[in-house]
Design a protein around this ligand. Sequence first.
Ligand SMILES: Nc1nc2c(ncn2[C@@H]2O[C@H](COP(=O)(O)OP(=O)(O)OP(=O)(O)O)[C@@H](O)[C@H]2O)c(=O)[nH]1
Ligand SMILES: [Mg+2]
Length: 442
Amino acid sequence: MRRNRPTNIDSYRQAGLTDLAEGREPGENERAVLVGVQLDRARRTEVDDHLGELAQLARTAGADVVHQQVFKRDKPTPAHYIGKGHVEQLRQLCRESRADLVIFDDDLSPAQQRNVEGVVQKKVIDRTEIILDIFAQRARTKEAKLQIELAQLWHLLPRLTRRWTHLSRQPGEIGTRGPGETQLEMDRRRVKERIHRLNSEITSVRTHRATQRKARKKGAGQTASLIGYTNAGKSTLLNALTQAGVTVEDKLFTTLDPTTRKLLLPNHQAVFLSDTVGFIRKLPHQLIDSFRATLEEVTEADLLIHVLDVSDPRADERSQNVYEVLREIGCAEKPTITVLNKIDRLKGPSPVERFRRSHLNCVPMSAKEGVGLDEFTRQLERLLAELLVMVHLRIPQSQSRFVSRIHAEGNVISKEYEGNDVLLWAELPAKLAAIVSDFVED
Ligand SMILES: Nc1nc2c(ncn2[C@@H]2O[C@H](COP(=O)(O)OP(=O)(O)OP(=O)(O)O)[C@@H](O)[C@H]2O)c(=O)[nH]1
Ligand SMILES: [Mg+2]
C-alpha cells in the first residue's frame, strides 16, 4: 500500500483514484480511516475488537491508521452500506484527518464500493482487499505469487465490469457502445486470459510439489501440519522444535509459503512438520481457492498441530475461525494436538482448564521460552503411534498370532489365503504397523 508500489488491483482498478491523495510525499505511508459497522444486535466490544484487528492488518500493509469510526445501523443499505448520511459524515472525517483511503471491516459489493468512493472521493477498500494486498506484498516464491495474483484477478473481475457499466445508463443508449465498452471488453478479455494462463502455470507448479511430497512420503515418516490463526506462534514453535530458522514477526501473515522440517522424536521415529499460512476471520474465499495447493500440506497431513494464542482475549473465537477454514478444506476431523501457546503472557485466571474441556490433546506452552516442549513431544509420539495406517501383509501360518492381534487392534479390510500364507489388507495403529513391517507385501 505504499505509494509507488501499485498492486495488481491498484494498477487495474485504482489508476485514477490513487492520485486523489494530495499533500503526501512519495514514500510516505498512506493515511487510513477505518470503518466498522455495528449492526442490529452486534455488541460494541465485538465491533471494536474486529476494528483492532483491521488496524493491525492496515499497519501490516503499510498504512498509518489516523482514525477509527464505528457507525450504528439496523441493517446495511444496498447503495452505500452505511447509508447516505453516514457517507457524508465519512467524507467530512476524511477531510479533517487528511486521509488517503478508507478501509471497511465488512465486505462491500462492487456497487457499494464505487458509490462510497464517489461521495468520499478517496480510495475505498474492504477487508478482503487489504488481506489480498498483504499477501501480494509478502509473496516470495513463484507459487505464492501466482496464487495471489489469481486471487486478486478473481476479486477484480466483477469490479472491473461494473466500474465501466455504471458509466452507461441503459444498454443500447448513446454512449453505451463505442470505445468505453470496447475498452471494457478488452480489459475483461485480458484479465480472463491472464487467469487462464495463471491457472495452467499453477497446475505445473503443483505437479512438481505433489512429486516432492510423494518422495517425502516414500521415505517413511509421518507428516504433521502446524495450523492456526495468524500470529499465534506457529513459526516460533517450528523453530523451537527443529531450528528451522523461519522468520518470526509480530505481524500478520508473516508466513505464506510452507516450510517443512524433519523432527526426530525421542523414540527415533521421524515426523515431517510443515509450517503453513495463518488463518484469519473471514479469510477471503478467493484466497482459500488459490491457496489450495499450499493448504494441501494440511489436507495431506496425518495429524494437525493447532497453535492457539491463549493470551488473546478472543482465543475462543480465533479457534472457531480456524475450525471454519478446516471444515471448508475438509480437515476438521483430523487427529489434532492443540498447543495453548503464549502462557507466559497470561494474567489473571488461567483459561487452560477451560480449553482442555473444549479441545482435545491440549498442551500448555510458551514456544518463545521453550516451556512445554517435552510434553508436546510426548503427546506427538503418542498420537502418531495411534494413527491408523493402511498395510498389505503376507503372514505365514506359523506367525498366526500376529493375525489375531491385527484382528483385535486394527480394522481388517480383506483377508485371503494363499498356500500357507494369509494375505491381509488392514488399517493398523502405526505402532502395530511397525511391529509387523517384516510381513509387508510389495
Ligand atoms: N510472549 C510470547 N510470544 C510469542 C510466543 N510464541 C510466539 N510469540 C510471538 O508472537 C509473534 C508471532 O509469532 P510467529 O511465530 O511469527 O507466528 P505465526 O503463527 O507463524 O504467524 P504468521 O506466520 O504471521 O501467521 C512473534 O512476535 C513471536 O515472538 C510465546 O510463547 N510467548
Ligand atoms: Mg509464521
